[in-house]
Design a protein around this ligand. Sequence first.
Ligand code: SAM
Length: 382
Amino acid sequence: MSRIIISCAPRISPYVLQELETLGYRGRTLNKLGVEMEGTMQDAMKLNLHLRCASKVLLEVRSFSATDPDALYAELSSIAWERMIPSNGYLRIESFVKNDTILDTRFANLKAKDAIVDRIQKTKGRRPDSGPSVDRTVLFLHWVENDAGIYINTSGDTIGKHGYRKVPFRAPMMESLAAATLLASRWDKNSHFINPMCGSGTLAIEAALLACHIAPGSFRTNYGFIHLRSYDERLWKKLLNEAKNKVPEDLEFRIIATDRDPRAIEAAKMNAEQAGVKHLIDFKVCDFRDTFIPRSNPGVIFFNPEYGERLGEEKRLEGIYKSIGDFFKQHCKGYTGYIFTGNLDLAKHVGLKAKRRIEFFNAKIDARLLEYEIYSGSKKRI
Ligand SMILES: C[S@@+](CC[C@H](N)C(=O)[O-])C[C@H]1O[C@@H](n2cnc3c(N)ncnc32)[C@H](O)[C@@H]1O
């Protein structure tokens, strides 16, 4: 068993913990950027395949004490890297460093890289290449004061991108963030999911993947662990097979995605096709006010409107946010409404009191998922 650290975007760790529990693992919050657990390389492979909200899965090789770059070099040279990294391979070092002897993180990365490739040169007579590419072997160095740890980044490139979105459209949500907002919502995966202003379709596609238990990692072909000498291809194929879920012909509820821009719907359809769920989503080009809202089995109606980062846009958007509130009140009775926005001033124009205000970040923007209970009549809820 080794220590596994699962990194994620800020404010998403509660949802990663929730996912770990669903997968039968026990995790702990490490800090605002991640959770930790104990596990093996097989567990790391499984996590890469199944986690919807995470960014990277790091498997610890060793933790140690290092006061300065020479100590770091000495410690890393004593690890049998030749057993992990092919001598004709390629290596990238990523790091988080806060040590008084290091003024530039790149120097720590260089020192770590030298220790590893020198060791492989000494034992194998050949040194692997190194550089910035994220698509081969990736190691992560964590070094704060005198505490250091070196990890295999088993993901390589972030698993926050789920690999099906080939056509982004204006301000798309990161797939891992979209998945986290769905887990934060009260959607039961059994009632309608309505997504007006769907843009490139991320929320509707993530909803379909979630409802059909489709592993988000099944669309990707490259991971960091594939480039290790110990890579067990048969095991990976077995995990992929176990994760393969037959996508149903249809659902007992509806997923509806609309946008007034035909290019958005075109992009959303292509992305849904890539994800294998196009047949499960009803797409339509229309203004959000013309979105069809089924009356029976009300579920969730989820908006991610623009939030006006450019000057002068805010006035126009105030009207849009007010119309969303009116649309909730007039047409979405019995549903739970959500608005994901990075502009809390605009949210005030919705004209409904949010029942929950769940904190997120969208990239660096402080954002909220606002939840509205939409009652039928004045008080009673259907
Ligand atoms: C921030 S983007 C949504 C991004 C989406 N969540 C994604 O991940 O791709 C907002 C979308 O709202 C659409 N939109 C703006 N005003 C609209 C309106 N009145 N009716 C319908 N769609 C509208 C835009 O075309 C744009 O695609």
